[in-house]
Design a protein around this ligand. Structure first.
Ligand SMILES: *Cc1c(COP(=O)(O)O)cnc(C)c1O
Length: 786
């Protein structure tokens, strides 16, 4: 897209809205002005795409979370006007980097939400008719601060300065019925700009509202309060994103959120379809719905409910249609994370949907009877059992296809959590290894490396065809190219150092190795193992056992769910380890530990481009895929990781000799865990004992909170229905430290190490979400170009 007379238009817009020149505006005002101008220019193109999507066979991506991050730079990039806009702004006396102040839209917790955002970007670029449906949370994921080493949380009021990339389409409001009253779902549409195409997808986020005009009886306070309370309760539904913390609190509200956006999406799709085709008979020919995890699974019985009521369809016919329309992506094999709802709760909140769930369960029973499935298997697969609704079982029973998100994860689904389902319906199961969009995660976040790649390949077609990167392999032994890569990496490390100085007030040395672990804080992701390994190295250096250690900066970034006590304790521990090693004269020039605050998409963009080492150290079998691992690889870092999730495929693509793989495998853990006694390890290895004991022997202090003791006991004795050291930290520590030392040793051979990094870039093609989306389009959605 080209915007004619950009400067004149912007000047007049700024004058009209703010009575000021562009350079006199705050960053946020200017952001609103530029975004508004672009949105106006985009409007006709977007309208055309929306109409085209409505008429085509299309897919809808239903997700509780869309972690889109900062929109402005990416939208300009995808429109092909990032550089020209920078120049136009410069001519007006404004530096485009001012938009660094614009806050992220953090409408997601982590990987699952970011995946949804990458998918929309890829579908738009591939010219595919895919649109997203979710919730317009007033407050996104909390903002994290660090005080005395502990995490603090504040509300993320991300719309405070406006939300210029959205369009409110009030006329398309849907009324959602709950047993305790109606709520309006008002759509806000966000354009998803397809790089290099005219295709603009739509992310439709629903906001909960009530009809404004309730009776204000100013003299009757109780009436006023009642109306106000009702309004507030309705608006609560889209007030805040849940920070997935498995607690009981807010269960009802969470269920309401799930039904709210799922039912709104179903109503929206049906209304649009009927407006064009006048019938529901061919709905499944034109629509498919992808359920991102179980959160939107309630859409399935909702669809059946609506067509039975409005079209007079019998259950069987409605169910057959639903099975054609719906598909389900599983994101975890951890039992505790599979959604289950108390039947009475669902019945109380949405009784008619619950009736359909019972019909589904009856259909399940007769199907099992027909197929002679033994009772013990039925007991596992039943949709409703012991007063509990199992959302994953509804999803598998009611879908065309079920997919896992990496090869190893899909295999584990088939052999563990969904084993009985797989035996029953093997044709439903597919793998779709996750991916990331190279627009944001290379073209935007690493313009220096992008320029080098474009120069070497002769054009920038890799931006829409990432397999082209394999054409860089021939430079793997070209010293001058590797030197240029090293210089770029150094520049990105310097930029990150500057940003960390500015935002955290901490100095780091860009000449040191950057070893980075960034992801949500969770015990299975094992940030505590990383911290232990740093303490281990610290003692080795102090004891004089480690010479020739290349100075390393260990960077952590992670938010913990506010109610996740042990995860918060791990943040405190990392910060205490940082205090210890950063201030010790014996080690402070060799080890530096930094916990960066408020990790988010825009921070990730800076971190992945600057990393030498990507830490992907989850217990084998626990991380379904991971996508952070792919971002690092694409920017030329080596993976220090376990054979888990997509790490397996990363090592396959780049060659295991270019990664640092350690730790017990899934198969090994199966044999080890039944008899695993962590105390045997601490008793036989004094170095490990010393490191783990730091939690309780006064080496570091948890400020009297007792949380380090709790961590220690979870490792040594077991806690909350888990066996001791459930995630096998102590078992993997030795091989992890060895691998860490191996990377450190290899790093000192600059060119050999750069070659490994380079080969990672060359091999990253598979991990484009363009590849993932092309597979969904072909194997699951059966959709083609718009
Ligand atoms: C990519 C990304 C994630 C997912 O990271 P994993 O390492 O795969 O868990 C989480 N949060 C943000 C902000 C991201 O950009």
């Amino acid at each position: 897209m080209k915007i004619e007379n950009f400067k004149e238009k912007l000047v007049s817009l700024c004058d009209k809205e703010y009575h000021a020149q562009p350079r006199e505006l705050t960053a946020n005002q200017l952001h609103c002005a530029v975004s508004k101008l672009v949105m106006e220019e985009l409007s006709p193109v977007w309208d055309k795409s929306r109409t085209a999507h409505d008429k085509a066979r299309k897919a809808s991506y239903l997700s509780m979370e869309f972690l889109v991050g900062r929109a402005i730079y990416n939208n300009l990039l995808c429109l092909g006007i990032l550089d020209s806009t920078a120049e136009e702004l410069k001519a007006l006396g404004v530096d485009i980097s001012e938009f660094e102040e614009v806050e992220d839209a953090a409408l997601g917790n982590g990987g699952l939400g970011r995946l949804a955002a990458c998918f929309l970007d890829s579908a738009a670029a591939l010219d595919l008719p895919l649109d997203g449906y979710g919730i317009r949370y007033k407050y996104g994921l909390f903002k994290q601060g660090i005080k005395d080493g502990f995490q603090t949380e504040t509300a993320d009021d991300w719309q405070r300065y406006g939300d210029p990339w959205s369009v409110r389409r009030e006329q398309e409001t849907v009324v959602i019925h709950f047993a305790d009253g109606d709520v309006n779902a008002v759509p806000y549409d966000y354009p998803v700009i397809g790089y290099g195409t005219e295709n603009v997808g739509t992310l439709r986020l629903w906001q909960a509202e009530t009809d404004d005009e309730f009776d204000f009886d100013l003299f009757n306070r109780s009436k006023f309060t009642e109306a106000g309370e009702k309004k507030r309760a309705a608006e609560d539904i889209s007030r805040v994103l849940y920070p997935n913390d498995e607690t009981e609190a807010g269960k009802i509200l969470r269920l309401k959120q799930e039904y709210f956006f799922s039912a709104a999406a179903v109503a929206d799709l049906i209304r649009k379809h009927k407006a064009i085709f006048g019938t529901m008979e061919n709905f499944a020919d034109y629509n498919c719905i992808q359920m991102n995890d179980t959160h939107p699974v309630i859409a399935l019985p909702e669809f059946i409910r609506v067509v039975m009521r409005d079209e007079g369809w019998k259950f069987d016919k409605a169910f057959e249609a639903a099975k054609k329309v719906f598909n389900y992506t599983n994101h975890t094999i951890m039992q505790e994370a599979l959604e289950k709802w108390d039947s009475r709760l669902i019945e109380r909140i949405v009784p008619e949907v619950y009736s359909v769930m019972i019909m589904l369960n009856e259909a399940f029973e007769s199907e099992m009877h027909r197929r002679n499935v033994p009772q013990d298997k039925r007991a596992v697969m039943r949709l409703i059992k012991n007063g509990t609704v199992h959302m994953a079982n509804i999803a598998v029973f009611g879908s065309s296809y079920v997919n896992g998100v990496a090869a190893i994860h899909t295999e584990l689904l088939k052999t563990t959590v969904l084993k009985d389902w797989y035996e029953l319906y093997p044709e439903r199961f597919q793998n779709k290894t996750n991916g990331i969009t190279q627009r944001r995660w290379l073209a935007l976040c690493n313009r220096e490396l992008s320029a080098l790649i474009t120069e070497l390949l002769g054009d920038d077609s890799w931006v829409t065809d990432l397999d082209k990167l394999s054409g860089l392999k021939k430079y793997a032994d070209d010293e001058s190219v590797l030197r240029r890569f090293i210089d770029i990496k150094h520049a990105k490390k310097q930029q990150l150092a500057d940003f960390i100085k500015k935002s955290e007030g901490i100095e780091i040395d860009p000449k040191s190795v950057y070893d980075i672990q960034i992801k949500r804080l969770h015990e299975y992701k094992r940030q505590l193992l990383n911290a232990f390994s740093i303490l281990y190295l610290y003692y080795e250096i102090k004891d004089g056992n480690l010479r020739d250690f290349t100075p390393t900066t260990f960077i952590f970034g992670a938010k913990s769910a506010p109610g996740y006590y042990r995860a918060k304790g791990i943040i405190k521990f990392i910060n205490e380890v940082a205090k210890l090693v950063n201030s010790d004269p014996d080690t402070k020039d060799l080890l530096r530990v930094v916990f960066v605050s408020n990790y988010r998409v825009s921070y990730a963009e800076k971190l992945v481009a600057a990393a030498d080492i990507s830490e992907q150290i989850s217990t084998a079998g626990t991380e379904a895929s991971g996508t952070g691992n792919m971002k690092f690889m694409l920017n030329g870092a080596v993976t220090l990781g376990t054979l888990d999730g997509a790490n397996v495929e990363i090592a396959e693509e780049a060659g295991a000799e270019n990664e640092y793989i350690f730790g017990a495998t899934v198969e090994e853990l199966e044999k080890i865990m039944p008899d695993y006694v962590p105390r045997d390890i601490t008793e036989s290895d004094p170095k490990i004992k010393r490191v783990v004991s730091a939690l309780i022997d006064g080496t570091v202090s948890d400020g009297g909170s007792g949380v380090f003791r709790e961590l220690y006991f979870a490792l040594m004795e077991g806690a909350s229905w888990h066996v001791p050291d459930h995630y096998y930290l102590l078992g993997d520590l030795d091989s992890y430290v060895k691998a860490k030392l191996a990377v450190n040793r290899d790093y000192s051979n600059e060119l050999a190490f750069a070659k490994k990094c380079w080969l990672n870039i060359c091999s990253a093609g598979k991990f484009s979400s363009d590849r993932t989306i092309a597979e969904y389009a072909k194997d699951i959605w059966h959709i083609g170009k718009v």
